[in-house]
Design a protein around this ligand. Structure first.
Ligand code: HEM
Length: 483
């Protein structure tokens, strides 16, 4: 495939599509997106209509939350990476798309994820995060394995329990495990030791929902759709609903993450208070929010892949762990199928599916077929699942192919974009790639390892949630006993 956004041999075309009438066009697109077509069909219908993977549309929420919902959608593997080019794309206040929640949610600060690379505070905060993560590296595997031990023990109990209908709600148990893991990693203490009890994840859930409600639909009956649209998509829910939850979380981090905050102040010149609001956002929105969506997706795809793949994973994992004498970085690196399976899940269902950025200058974006002129200041929007399931790059793109990235397949990793950059690039203080990239990939591999060291296969029941999937574990089978 030609290198995206550089091949000038493709003809220049006018961007098809329109934003419709002011106000009404945005409302129509919002209704199509949430209620009449649904996400994937919304984009598919417009690709078919315009015969182009680059077109103009509005993105929800629109009036009255977004002052300007107009975007240019880029929906293939060639045009999507324009969003990673910081020299051409501004990422100021676009984390959630065409609106930004109040800074009251973060103590009055614009936290790192909302900052553009041209703002000096971005590099300072990002360097601080990268340094914190590097300093915690030795804890990643042992702490996560301990967290998973508790998680699987509880899952087994629930799968045995008649009162739980012999099934384990993976999402709820994963929320608790993920929150405890993130808190302990950053604060070196259990959340129960600092006044949070077991309420941390519920408080974060509320705080995240009140920021992201303009982007979700609860899937209510048709009768309640208009009411939902009015309540969730027309005005912001007030931040004070979660004021006390946020204060409790902030206080717990401020009193427990002393050494991390000292480092922010002494090494990076960031005030402790600003560093702590950034740390809470990193812990709650970026890390916990990411794991909350991602681990159920991972388990869903692994379980659905079937017993033959499970057998191969169990073989690989047990053999390598035996050879290496434990679950180490080196051992994980040797598990080529396990690695491929994690990348395949990140490709087929990227947990953060939307990316936005504004053109810093007039520019041309190239799809596989044509170039399109974009004016300075216009908003570019990428729906990532369409880029990472691009049939011009991936064979059988809608199919979960566990071995896809093994051997020669590794060459395709440059088309895996889940971390807001190619999987072959690294997060730095100067780009907008997720600094948790390596941690997420590592923990996902460790989750596979712990699963298949314990069990031969598993079955799940899957449903849809406003964000991500719901997963109930129905059975876990070992060679000798069926759990
Ligand atoms: C499965 C879990 C995760 C997913 C899917 C995820 C995904 C992403 C994505 C897509 C972005 C870019 C958003 C944008 O600008 O459009 C991002 C940014 C970010 N992520 Fe993650 N992330 C995850 C876990 C983590 C973890 C564990 C951490 C830290 C411990 C983290 C910290 C951040 C930060 C600080 C940013 C902003 C980067 C910047 O402004 O340069 N994330 N993440």
């Amino acid at each position: 495939m030609a290198s995206p956004n550089s091949d000038k041999s493709r003809p220049l075309k006018t961007i098809p599509g329109s934003h419709g009438w002011p106000f009404f066009g945005a409302i129509k697109d919002r209704h199509d997106y949430f209620y009449l077509q649904g996400q994937d069909d919304f984009f598919r219908a417009r690709i078919n209509k315009h015969k182009s993977t680059v077109f103009r549309t509005n993105m929800p929420p629109g009036p009255f939350i977004s002052s300007n919902p107009k975007v240019i959608a880029v929906l293939d593997a060639a045009s999507f990476p324009i969003l990673f080019d910081n020299s051409k794309i501004e990422k100021r206040n676009v984390l959630d798309g065409t609106f930004m929640p109040s800074t009251a949610f973060t103590g009055g600060h614009r936290v790192c994820a909302y900052l553009d690379t041209s703002e000096p505070n971005h590099a300072k905060l990002k360097a601080f995060f990268l340094s914190v993560l590097a300093s915690k590296k030795d804890y990643f595997i042992p702490l996560f394995r301990a967290s998973l031990s508790e998680l699987f023990a509880t899952i087994e109990d629930h799968v045995h329990d008649k009162t739980k209908k012999y099934s384990a709600n993976f999402n709820a148990l994963n929320d608790e495990m993920s929150f405890n893991f993130v808190f302990q990693l950053l604060c070196d203490r259990k959340p129960s030791d600092c006044g949070l009890g077991s309420t941390g994840q519920t408080r974060f859930n509320k705080w995240i929902f009140v920021q992201l409600h303009p982007l979700v639909s609860l899937g209510l009956s048709k009768f309640l759709m208009l009411l939902e649209d009015f309540l969730l998509h027309t005005v912001h829910l007030p931040w004070f609903i979660v004021k006390s939850d946020y204060k409790k979380l902030y206080d717990a981090f401020f009193s427990s993450a002393g050494s991390v905050l000292d480092e922010a102040h002494e090494r990076f010149g960031i005030e402790r208070e600003e560093a702590c609001h950034n740390l809470v956002f990193l812990a709650g929105f970026n890390a916990y929010g990411g794991f909350k969506a991602w681990f159920p997706i991972l388990i869903k795809w692994i379980a659905s892949a079937g017993e033959s793949l499970h057998r191969q994973l169990a073989d690989e994992i047990r053999t390598v762990v035996k050879e290496e004498g434990g679950v180490t970085f080196t051992a994980l690196e040797k598990m080529s199928l396990t690695k491929s399976v994690v990348y395949e899940a990140l490709r087929i269902e990227p947990p953060v599916p939307y990316q936005y950025g504004k053109a810093r200058e007039d520019l041309v974006v190239y799809s596989h077929d044509a170039g399109f002129e974009i004016k300075k200041g216009e908003m570019i929007f990428g729906y990532q699942p369409f880029a990472t399931k691009d049939p011009k790059v991936f064979e059988n793109p809608e199919e979960f192919v566990g071995h896809r990235f093994v051997g020669e397949g590794e060459k395709l990793l440059k088309y895996v974009f889940w971390s807001n950059n190619r999987e072959t690039e690294d997060p730095t203080a100067d780009n907008k790639q997720c600094p948790g990239r390596d941690l997420v990939v590592l923990l996902s591999r460790v989750m596979m390892v712990e699963l298949f060291l314990r069990y031969d296969t598993l079955t799940v029941e899957v449903g849809k949630l406003p964000i991500g999937s719901s997963v109930k574990i129905k059975s876990l089978t070992t060679t000798k006993t069926t759990v």
